[in-house]
Design a binder for this molecule. Structure first.
Ligand SMILES: [Zn+2]
Length: 204
């Protein structure tokens, strides 16, 4: 039997039987887990391999541990470092997102914003035009904007909006998450071609 901790990108555990030898790999996020949790994992893996029912107490113990705040925080960090999310280049076939970021940075932020990774989305998403991904510190813009028919101000507006998200972290208003606060919206209105860009984006 060989058991090792392994640097998976996520909390992940595997078990295989090869030529009479059991090969077990446990996420290295589970190093230092209390013994009852390790026992639960062993039970779950063996049950899976032999297609036997998993005892609910073991399943619950494992779930509770990996959903704990400390493990969730560690796994977020690890995803950031090891995550294999493929980010496309900033330079599309028509627009260069790095160049757009830097020109907006100079025009609106005195060149003071640190540039995250800029990337075109993998597919031509219409439901998610742009977003900021904190795990990869990346601004991702839908590839439908990388087209000569799209006016530059529309791409700029999407990037500008995401840059404002970097400046205005989500606020808690009572129990409600306030994503676009009053200050956020006031700053958004400073964009000169706001109406033109929004009109175009609505038509997409
Ligand atoms: Zn937003």
């Amino acid at each position: 039997m060989s058991v090792q901790f392994f640097p998976f990108a996520n909390v992940n555990n595997t078990i295989r039987l090869r030529e009479g030898k059991l090969l077990v790999r446990l996420s290295d996020l589970l190093e230092g887990a209390p013994e009852p949790v390790l026992r639960a994992i062993a039970h779950i893996l063996l049950a899976k391999m032999y297609q036997k029912p998993i005892e609910p107490t073991h399943a619950a113990r494992y779930r509770k541990y990996i959903l704990s705040r400390a493990i969730r925080r560690k796994s977020h960090l690890v995803r950031q470092l090891r995550g294999r999310k493929r980010l496309a280049a900033a330079r599309g076939s028509f627009y260069d997102l790095d160049a757009i970021f830097e020109s907006l940075n100079l025009r609106f932020f005195g060149g003071m914003q640190a540039r995250p990774q800029m990337s075109w989305s993998q597919n031509r998403a219409r439901n998610l035009l742009g977003h900021y991904d904190p795990a990869h510190n990346a601004i991702i813009v839908s590839r439908i904007f990388d087209h000569p028919r799209i006016p530059r101000c529309a791409v700029e507006f999407i990037v500008y909006h995401e840059m404002l998200h970097l400046r205005h972290p989500v606020k808690l208003n009572g129990n409600r998450r306030c994503v676009h606060s009053a200050e956020f919206q006031a700053e958004e209105r400073l964009f000169p071609e706001l109406e033109q860009a929004q009109r175009f984006i609505r038509r997409l």
